[in-house]
Design a protein around this ligand. Structure first.
Ligand SMILES: [Zn+2]
Length: 209
């Protein structure tokens, strides 16, 4: 899911749609629209010769959205692991830090994992180690909304066709009335049907060490 240094960001300026409001690309294509008719961030161009190196912490937006749609592992891009209890997720939090009922209906922008990458992440990811993590099986992950940049009309310039950036990061549900003003970068899933599991036991059952 990380972007690579060889993948150039696609710069696509946005304008306000005449009459209806909301944002649009100047050269918009039907493929630029997602769920709820949200305008989708165009992501990055495929690397021309070499991909370079991964930039951890920089999300490749269309890869993230694809991983969420198809429930692919967010490290290697293969199918995420699935058992009768559902798809495997690692959350960088623990029940002790959260209100009762957590993580049922938790909203996340992190795609699930395969067993091999989960084992590696639990061993190597300093962020997970620091905050503690929880392994989950999720029976019914449901599309919820998008995370992206929120734009607004420029009230200082009457009838300007150019929006201003209102918020660098905003999470909106598909039904949110502000959705037409969001440049949707990442998909948000709602984790429904959660069972907390022991990662060691899951790895052993899957034959992964
Ligand atoms: Zn993987």
């Amino acid at each position: 899911m990380a972007a690579w240094t060889g993948e150039a960001l696609i710069e696509a300026p946005v304008i306000i749609r005449p009459q209806v409001g909301g944002i649009a690309f100047v050269d918009e294509l039907p493929t630029d629209r997602g769920v709820g008719n949200a305008l989708l961030h165009r992501g990055r161009r495929p690397a021309r010769d070499t991909r370079g190196r991964p930039m951890f912490g920089v999300v490749h937006t269309n890869r993230q959205r694809r991983a969420m749609r198809k429930l692919l592992c967010h490290v290697c891009g293969n199918d995420a692991d699935r058992t009768d209890l559902g798809v495997l997720w690692l959350l960088d939090n623990t029940a002790a830090n959260c209100p009762p009922g957590w993580p049922e209906e938790e909203l996340t922008v992190h795609p699930p994992l395969c067993l091999g990458c989960a084992a590696q992440a639990a061993r190597q990811c300093p962020e997970l180690e620091k905050k503690g993590f929880t392994a989950l099986r999720v029976r019914d992950p449901q599309p919820y909304g998008y995370r992206g940049k929120l734009y607004a009309r420029n009230l200082d310039r009457h009838a300007s066709p150019f929006p201003i950036l209102a918020r660098g990061t905003e999470n909106l549900a598909f039904l949110d009335p502000l959705l037409p003003w969001l440049l949707a970068a990442q998909s948000i899933l709602c984790l429904v049907g959660c069972t907390i599991v022991d990662l060691g036991a899951e790895l052993a059952a899957g034959g992964v060490r």
